[in-house]
Structures are given as C-alpha cells and as structure tokens.
Design a protein around this ligand. Sequence first.
Ligand code: AMP
Ligand code: MG
Length: 411
Amino acid sequence: MTAQLISVDAHLETILSALSPLPALDLGLLDAHGCMLAEDVTAPFPMPPFDNSAMDGYAVRGSDVAGASEASPVRLPVVGDVAAGSTTPYTVQPGLCVRIMTGAPVPPGADAVIPVEWTDGGVAQVEIRRAPAPGQHIRRAGEDVAAGAMLVASGSYLGTTQIGVLAAAARDRVRARPRPRVVIMSTGSELVEPGAPLGAGQIPDSNSYLLTTAVREAGAIAYRVGIVPDDPRQFLDTLEDQLIRADIVVSSGGVSVGAYDVVKEVLARTGTVRFDRVAMQPGMPQGFGHVGPDATPFFGLPGNPVSAYVSFEVFVRPALRRLLGAEPVHRPQVRAALVGEIRKAAGRRQFARGRLSVREGSYVVEVVGGSGSHLVAGLAQANCFIVVPESVTEVSDGAPVTVMVLERRHT
Ligand code: AMP
Ligand code: MG
C-alpha cells in the first residue's frame, strides 16, 4: 500500500522534462506584457527619427550669436514658431531665428538651440545673452540607436520598459510566447464558495483563490473553475469541459489514500497521471501527468491549503515558468540565520513557513505558524519557505539555513 517515496528533485525533473515553452504567437503589444519576446527587434528607423530640439528656446545659426554675453547681448528677429509635431517648412536664414519647443524638428539652417532661460523670451525679437556651443541642445537623428541596431533581443522578458521601447520603435505587435492558460479546480464535497453560508461540516474553498492568485503572479492566466464535489462523474465531466481552454490543469484535493479521493481514483485508471509520495513536508501526495486528447499537463495537488501552496511553489510555478520560456524557473534562494530552532524527522525535505527580514545588514529568518499543513493563519505572515534538507533533523538557533524567497518585500 505505501508506495516508495520519491525525492523532490526527481519529481521536479519528471515535471520539467515533460514541458517546453509554448510556441510563439503574434501578440498585441499590451498583451505581450509579462511574456518572453520570441524575435529580435531592431530599430526600424534611426532613433530619434529626426534632429529635434532638447529645449524650449530659439533655433539659431551659431555664427550669428557667437559673441553673445550678458554685457553685449545679440538681438535677432524671430520669424516664427516650431512646435512639437510642427510641419511648417521654416529655414533659418542668416541673422534670423525661430522659436522652437522641445521635440520639434530643428529647421534647416539652424545648428544650435538657445534655451529660453538665456534670453528675454521675446516673440517678435529676442535678446540672446549667451553663446551656444556648436550643435548645443540638438538631439541628433540616430544618436540613441541607428536604424537596424538591436533594440530588444529574442528571449527578453517584456516588462514595462521593454514594452515602452518597442512602442517607441513603432511596434504595435510582436512575436512572443503567450501566457499559459491555467484551469484551477478545487475538489471536495465539504467545500463552499467564500461568502456563502457554512453548513455543518463545511469549509470555504480557499485553495482556488490562493492558486488563482499564485498563477497570476507567476505570469500565467488563471481560470478559476471553483468547487467540484467528490463525485467521479462530475470531476471527469468538469475536467473534460475545461480542457478546451487549458494549457495546464491544476486541481487540489483528492489525491491521497482516502475513500473519496476522487482525483486519484479517476485519473490513476487512465495510466497517464502518476500519483506519487514525494519526500517532502508538507505536500507528500502529488499527482502529475497528462490528460485528454491533447495530453494537457495535469497537476493533482494535495488539498490541505499549506500543502497545496507549497506544492504550487515547488512544482507548479517552475512548470509555468518553463511554459513561459522564462529563466530561471526557480524562486531565488538566500542564506539566513535561523531565529529559534527547528526539529524534524529525517527522510523528507521540509518547507517551513518563514518570515525573512534584515537585521543589522544580514538576513535572519524565523518560523511562523506550526508545521501542520492545515494551519493557514501563519501563511499570511510568511514571506519565504525555510528549506530544511532531507537528512537534517535539527537546526539550532543562529545556524545558517537556505530560504526560498516568495516575495520581493522582505520586511
Ligand atoms: P484532501 O486532499 O482532499 O484529502 O483534503 C485534505 C484537507 O484539505 C481536508 O481537510 C480538506 O477539507 C482540505 N481541503 C481540501 N480542498 C480544500 C480547499 N479547496 N480549500 C480549503 N481546504 C481544502
Ligand atoms: Mg478531499
């Protein structure tokens, strides 16, 4: 009955080796936010595209104002205005100037821009009190990047700044790997929707909320199906209905050895989903495999909320990152000094909920909440998992431990 334990690393390897990045699609620029770029994007034109003014001021011929100073200002007639976006075909003739705004094209003839602060701000005639250096305050065409130069390389993460640069290069669509679509199901006849009244023996379905937000934070699209009762027919029907929109299915509950553990009961029969005991605490029972006509990857996570979350972080999040084409697939790890003690049995890797902070310039971490996988209250305080290796049974106060960081905010 008790199958052999498999290691966390072996289970992870089974999962990651079964997955590869989703094929790239042509995506609208905003839809590509958070995705990985799948083409090299080069500048389609010089950037900036034309010589333009870096200041609000006056476009002049440098030779006309070479001697300008506070003591002997130069006065020039202003022949007109060039605003940003202007197409008025001015040419700056010797002895004249044009009022110009930031971003406006520098008219032919002009070879410098005098900032308005160096002048009296005149409209018909301007008094200029300083001489410019040649080319001063002109942003030259192509000085940022030449046409054809690399802007954002294939494989780059498309964050806000990359999206901004692509738009600056006039791209409205790009080839990028789409976000994986993740269907999330909660199994359990004891579950009710949060907000609905609780009857005897019932608890709110928290897992589908936790997993939905975890999926979103991992950069994927979550479809929360919600509650499926412990009934084989209903579970299978729901799964079949949902496969159409799933790149991956994540269910929780029903994977251990109880009489109504319906996920295991139904999917173990297919032969394409394995149910293993993984040497970890929490999260020992794990289901992984493929379901349906397209062999959609399926995760059957244990139902206890802490187990479900640890399983997500250890197995599902790396899988989602692999589908996204993102590297590294794993959460960052740091070493921290343990505050307090940890005791555990040998043979399983423990993921203890922890609170990581910086004390006098060094990381320290303390355990929050108990080790029971139903104890959810501590979860909301945790910002990391303290990873205690299989062979270790005791960690003493102050000893260094490995910490898997779950969020950027440490304190
Ligand atoms: P199971 O894995 O189905 O045996 O469930 C293990 C424990 O987790 C049971 O106490 C369940 O009531 C609880 N549980 C299962 N699914 C959920 C869920 N979606 N939300 C909250 N608790 C759950
Ligand atoms: Mg159950």
